[in-house]
Design a protein around this ligand. Structure first.
Ligand code: CP
Length: 321
């Protein structure tokens, strides 16, 4: 059954199914509500410990993950719900040739909400178009990773108090890094955010991103040297050079250690600069800085649980009003 607004109605609810494909699917006001809810969950977790009793989350991961899959599962368990799913394509019927469309129709019979990661760009959109339950894009190829962006925004908002008025340096693989693409898109909606893109020539941010910034009149710098700009940054967002996105091993080996954030480099940064990283890291952040108060990447992983709890509640229509 299709609603007047084009949303699909499922059998048991009288509200359109809402998916999350892209961080821009939520308005800035809706994000504020989501982050307020995540903040309340952080302060008073016991209040939410049973709200999803009887609900099930399916995690359908066709690509490896530690944080996204397990934080989704932790989020649903923290809400009193249950989880089911698969963590690799080879242990699902995708290995026998089943399509994403058929898989999600079947998962719709077993679960109330689904988080899906897939190596192909657009796979989550295909799933959402056939699904009878909310689908969350947990990463589609090099395209989008909206829940990482929600995590990043909540971390910045919680630790800085605002999502406006700072200079952010994004460093590393800006070409294939879906977390970077999603975050830049999301940050363009806040005022006075200045971007510095730090990458080797081969891993520059794609033209469609710089074209979008040009169209919106948002300024940015593109540089190769991290040392040259680190003292200007309020936030440094480090990323991994992703072996799995390279077409040949030679290029990967040549670029993988291009940036390594060491204590010496961090000494040149502002005393309150925040270091973020979606993780996993390989060599790009030296472990010697993990205990520096500016290193916020493990806190970021914790915020990922709160924001996913808030997201599950919101997409299931169970958020407090
Ligand atoms: N940040 C992130 O997406 O990590 P995983 O690949 O471990 O899920």
């Amino acid at each position: 059954m299709i609603t007047e607004r084009g949303g699909i109605l499922d059998k048991t609810r009288v509200r359109p199914i809402r998916h999350l494909m892209n961080p821009l699917d939520f308005t800035v006001d809706e994000l504020e509500k989501l982050f307020d809810l995540a903040g309340d969950i952080e302060r008073e977790p016991a209040k939410y410990a049973k709200v999803c009793e009887g609900k099930k989350l399916a995690t359908c991961f066709y690509e490896p993950s530690t944080r996204t899959r397990l934080s989704f599962e932790a989020a649903m368990l923290n809400l009193g719900g249950e989880v089911l799913g698969f963590s690799e394509a080879s242990s699902s019927s995708a290995a026998k040739g089943e399509s994403v469309s058929d898989t999600i129709r079947v998962i719709s019979c077993y679960a109330d909400i689904c988080a899906m990661r897939h190596p192909k760009e657009g796979a989550a959109y295909v799933a959402a178009s056939k699904s009878l339950i909310p689908v969350i894009n947990a990463g589609d190829g090099g395209h989008q990773h909206p829940t990482q962006t929600l995590t990043d925004l909540l971390t910045i908002r919680s630790l800085r108090g605002s999502l406006s008025g700072f200079t952010i340096g994004l460093c590393g693989d800006l070409k294939f890094g879906r977390t970077v693409h999603s975050l830049i898109n999301a940050l363009t909606r806040y005022s006075d955010v200045r971007f510095i893109f730090i990458s080797p020539e081969e891993l520059k941010v794609p033209d469609y991103i710089t074209d979008m910034l040009d169209e919106k009149g948002i300024g940015y710098e593109e540089v190769i040297s991290l040392e040259d700009v680190i003292d200007k940054l309020d936030i440094l967002y480090m990323t991994r050079v992703q072996r799995e996105r390279f077409f040949n091993e030679e290029d990967y080996v040549r670029l993988k250690d291009f940036y390594i954030l060491t204590k010496d480099k961090l000494d040149k940064a502002k005393s309150d600069m925040m270091v973020l990283h979606p993780l996993p890291r390989v060599n790009e952040i030296s472990v010697e800085i993990d205990d520096d108060p500016r290193a916020a990447y493990f806190k970021q992983a914790q915020y990922g649980v709160y924001v996913r709890m808030a997201l599950i509640l919101t997409l299931l229509g169970m958020e407090p009003v």
